[in-house]
Design a protein around this ligand. Structure first.
Ligand SMILES: C[S@@+](CC[C@H](N)C(=O)[O-])C[C@H]1O[C@@H](n2cnc3c(N)ncnc32)[C@H](O)[C@@H]1O
Length: 225
């Protein structure tokens, strides 16, 4: 079984021997791969919908690892108790959904979290920094032209993030960091152009986006082209 680069990057962050709860598991590719590789002894595969959970069961069955799985049809972490898991992955969902899943399960703070938001990066990082979570590392994964950020999170306090850090995460040695900043700067430029062309331009929003773009460009300068 081959994982996509996005899920492979999440998989690489799961410590050896830990029990995983994969929330929004869909096909359960991540936990099945980790079990096949002998990285984790067991997993909980959870999903809000029965269709994806059936797909998870099918994948586990296909690879002969059903007896190392528990399947839960539930919203977020609601069907899981804290003593059942050591590490929680939530990948491929919007940042606001991820934040609402954490909000509903304060016990998640006791666990290692691997979060891969598809959208609402600012909202997720804002939630984490105001709810006693610390982002200890961020990795970037590339699939074709798309870049994904994966956050490694645990309980703790962070220094307040700047607007650029809320959007792009903190500076790191990741080889894809510059490309990631370029991609975000392109999106901010696009949004800025739209606001500038509007019949009634929102001056405050334009100023905010200009400052954000300047910060992203300064962040980029640290990395060689
Ligand atoms: C795009 S798939 C991601 C699958 C896999 N985690 C990945 O990253 O490839 C998102 C999955 O999250 C599930 N989901 C959405 N909201 C959820 C929630 N609140 N609790 C559990 N699962 C949820 C959806 O049903 C869907 O199967």
């Amino acid at each position: 079984m081959e994982l996509t680069q996005r899920l492979r990057t999440v998989a690489d962050l799961v410590p050896q021997g830990m029990r995983l709860a994969d929330i929004g598991t869909d096909h359960a590719y991540l936990p099945v791969w980790l079990i096949l590789k002998g990285r984790i002894p067991s997993a909980i595969a959870a999903d809000l919908r029965s269709g994806p959970l059936s797909r998870a069961r099918e994948t586990a069955h296909q690879y002969g690892v059903c007896n190392q799985f528990s399947f839960r049809l539930c919203d977020g972490l609601s069907g899981i108790s804290p003593e059942e898991t050591d590490v929680i992955s939530i990948a491929g969902m919007g940042g606001e959904t991820i934040a609402s899943i954490l909000e509903a399960a304060p016990w998640a703070r006791e666990k290692l979290l691997l979060l891969q938001p598809m959208t609402s990066f600012v909202e997720l990082r804002q939630y984490l920094q105001t709810h006693h979570y610390e982002i200890i590392e961020e990795r970037i994964a590339q699939e074709g032209r798309r870049l994904y950020s994966i956050l490694v999170v645990r309980q703790g306090e962070m220094a307040p993030l700047t607007p650029g850090e809320l959007l792009a995460g903190q500076q790191s040695c990741d080889p894809l960091r510059r490309a990631y900043l370029e991609m975000l700067a392109e999106k901010v430029t696009h949004s800025l152009d739209g606001h500038r062309r509007a019949a009634l331009p929102d001056r405050a929003e334009i100023a905010r986006l200009e400052a954000l773009l300047r910060e992203l460009q300064a962040m980029m300068e640290v990395y060689p082209t």
